[in-house]
Ligand binder design. Structure first.
Ligand SMILES: Cc1cc2nc3c(=O)[nH]c(=O)nc-3n(C[C@H](O)[C@H](O)[C@H](O)COP(=O)(O)OP(=O)(O)OC[C@H]3O[C@@H](n4cnc5c(N)ncnc54)[C@H](O)[C@@H]3O)c2cc1C
Length: 313
């Protein structure tokens, strides 16, 4: 699998964003986000971090036993000898789509014309074919407000999100909105506020822990993890919307397309748009055929959005 980003897709991205995404040696894209710290040591992030942790692994030749079972005249077996390698998502989706019409013979659309094949799928709204390719992305450097919006997407989507009941203040980080980064007075108040929120959280947790040790019935539990949970679930109430909420999202390509269209639109909230735009960079880097129809638009506020001729396939 290629560890470089497809040149054609990269050429459609604005110059300014091309170094936001890197491809690792296994062909998994990453958009990093580096934590920063207030003078008091409270960690915060200023951009969403996105990293692809899973993508399809495909063995098209494994359908040979099935193809070999048909009359030799049909020449189906040559299907597995197509010389053009496709990205894994496009590969499994094309094979599944071509099964529908038993398009395995010499007259089928060959892999070299995969873009035309998928444009046709997208144009005709046969998006169910795109449900065969799943991609798992970890998002971090995004706030609880963003994940509250993201988890509204249900169809074809699986999520696992950090639990503020199970984790302690040691993994507490915050996210600074672009507007606060741009306006010095808001940047200063953000840093003060997150220092105070972290301090508040820790002092509430300490008080609760002391009460628990003193035998409080309300905070009692049998198991050790439940004891911690009772403290953390009460202390988390003081955490603001700008608390970081890392989340792993697995979705099929059809669902990702819908999410990108809704959340990287100019109508979307700016922080979720920044997240969705980076998700697009990663997904189009892995699969320029399935996600290659999006056009990047630079919006008036200097952020980026997406447009396509084929919405909601
Ligand atoms: C700019 C913006 C503003 C928003 N503002 C608000 C707001 O003010 N308040 C608010 O509550 N939400 C708001 N939302 C959230 C929005 O209403 C959706 O809940 C969210 O975008 C998820 O999208 P979806 O409904 O398409 O669901 P997905 O789960 O992404 O589903 C994809 C598609 O599958 C189909 N589908 C999924 N579930 C069902 C079902 N149960 N029955 C039939 N078909 C289904 C639909 O065609 C759907 O579009 C906003 C979203 C955006 C992008």
């Amino acid at each position: 699998m290629s560890d470089v980003i497809d040149r054609q897709i990269q050429a459609t991205w604005p110059e300014a964003v091309r170094d936001w995404v890197q491809m690792d040696a296994g062909g998994f894209p990453v958009c990093p986000s580096i934590p920063q710290f207030t003078a008091a040591g409270t960690p915060y992030l200023t951009v969403p971090g996105v990293t692809v942790v899973a993508k399809p692994q495909v063995r098209v030749p494994n359908i040979l036993g099935f193809l070999d079972g048909f009359n030799d005249d049909l020449n189906f077996s040559q299907y597995v000898e197509d010389p053009t390698e496709l990205p894994p998502g496009a590969s499994v989706c094309k094979m599944a789509g071509q099964l529908c019409y038993a398009s395995f013979g010499p007259k089928r659309t060959m892999n070299v014309d995969a873009k035309r094949y998928f444009d046709n799928i997208k144009e005709s709204g046969h998006g169910s074919v795109l449900e065969h390719a799943n991609f798992t992305l970890l998002f971090y450097g995004i706030s609880r407000s963003v994940t509250h919006e993201l988890v509204r997407h249900r169809a074809g989507v699986g999520v696992s999100q950090i639990s503020q009941r199970y984790v302690s203040g040691r993994v507490l980080r915050f996210v600074e909105r672009p507007e606060y980064q741009a306006i010095p007075a808001l940047h200063t108040s953000f840093k003060k506020r997150i220092d105070a929120a972290a301090a508040d959280y820790n002092s509430i947790a300490e008080i609760l822990l002391a009460e628990q040790k003193a035998g409080s019935e309300l905070l009692s539990a049998d198991a050790r993890t439940d004891l911690r949970k009772k403290v953390q679930q009460a202390a988390r109430s003081v955490l603001p919307n700008e608390t970081e909420a890392p989340i792993v999202v697995t979705a099929n390509a059809r669902a990702w397309r819908h999410i990108l269209e809704m959340r990287a639109s100019s109508h979307a909230e700016v922080e979720i748009r920044a997240m969705a735009f980076r998700a697009y960079l990663c997904l189009s880097a892995i699969d320029p055929i399935i996600f290659g129809d999006y056009r990047v638009e630079e919006l008036n506020d200097g952020t980026y959005g997406l447009q396509t001729e084929y919405p909601k396939v």
